[in-house]
Write a protein that binds this ligand. Sequence first.
Ligand code: NOJ
Length: 497
Amino acid sequence: MFYQIYPRSYACAGSSQGVGDLRGIIDRLDHVVGLGVDAVWLSPVFCSPQVDHGYDVSDYYAIDPIFGTMADFDELLQAAHDRGLRVLLDMVPNHTSDQHAWFTAAVAAGRGARERDWYLFRDGRGADGAVPPTDVLGSFTQTPVWTRVTEPDGTPGQWYFHLFTAEQPDLNWLNPAVLAAFEQIWRFWLDKGVDGFRVDVADHLTKDVDRNDVRFGNDLLTHDADNRTHEVLRALRSTLRGYEHQPTAIGEIWSGGASYSSDDEFPQTFGFPILKAGWDAPALRAAIQEVLADTEPVWVIDNHDTPRSASRLGPARSRALTLLMLGLPGAACLYQGQELGLPNVDDLPDEVLADPVWQRSGGTDRGRDGCRVPLPWSGSQPPFGFCDDEVEPWLPQPPQFAGFTVESQRRDPTSTLELTRRWLGVRKQLVGAGFQWRDEAPDRVHFQRPTDTGTIDVLMNLGDTSIALPPGRILAHSDPKPPDGWLPPDAAVWWEV
Ligand code: NOJ
């Protein structure tokens, strides 16, 4: 069981900028331990200009000062390990920051230099090279995937490829030096005792950037046998071997995860299909089936890139889908705040929006800040214990967060937090359990998990009327009140027979 910490928004111990930090995580580690998860995944804490909040790394060997120091990180790792928690870092191999020394060296070295081959530089089209090499657009901001550099002699020069913002140049993964550099980076953190990595944009590492027959950069990947990303992933996987603490890696792959999961590529990939299936029983069953057929999933319905499910689906459905997800075979991941039933904040004022998507889309896409608002810990007004009272959190918390604080929910046995804690406790009974589908009626998702001692049924009601429950002992329920013989709409339940 994983828990995703988005460090900027988890807890802030020292920053005067209202940004969460590593010491804040150490101070609030008991919350994670109290939930009953096995591991945390930290969104990037490496040195970064923070254009994309850490997904633009300028030094993979150092902690960004806004989050703390390497000593803080070592202390966090130790504190987590002392409490039986594993720690995964967020590795960003598809691109670096444009401030990374590899990139500044590539620009400074000039056209044709070996350093340029670390990235994807091309000459422009037209007599003076002023037209980008292709017309492809980035899927992130729907702006061109090429940016032109000025050559060392001051003339307008080559173009470099970036799937995301211009400040995130893509690396050339066909250059063996890039792979060698990342093998070293992975080993540096694994030698420290880090328990593995969540791997960003994992299926996009190699791509045919010279193609001009697709509209969006994401379509430049080939999912077939010629896809050289497999080679890269096999090499990276081998860096995990030989460590006694058995580190893992989870691929961030939004579609086609199956082709990258195997004994020699990703041990685990995210089970995104259930996030994308919506509130629809046949679509959810198909999504579950698709994932279970091919991969070792880490199920997920919330993360830092997606509007929170408590708003996307509504609070009751979000709790129900979370409980259903926790009943599936494999690992699962909760995103910080999901355990509080925290809503998305959809009415942040324009002037505070910090996601690069907002600016880069010319203000047409409000971006992902709504799911990244700092957590409410205690008290009745902002900053709700997230940081010192005199400090403003980097994104403002709405007054309604008062009803969602950890402190208030710990006092209420019917709160989402207390329900979640119980679900995670019961979930431990599922380790090693089998899986079989039950009734395929259009208003429900129903499966069974045979265990050594009996059978646990998991049922979610997507219809308009209550469903009669067979006799059995209720183990977990998504509504604050346990069902009394009938499962109401928008709820889920586990029972044992
Ligand atoms: C996926 C990450 O989850 C997202 O936050 C980031 O913006 C992109 N990859 C680019 O690194």
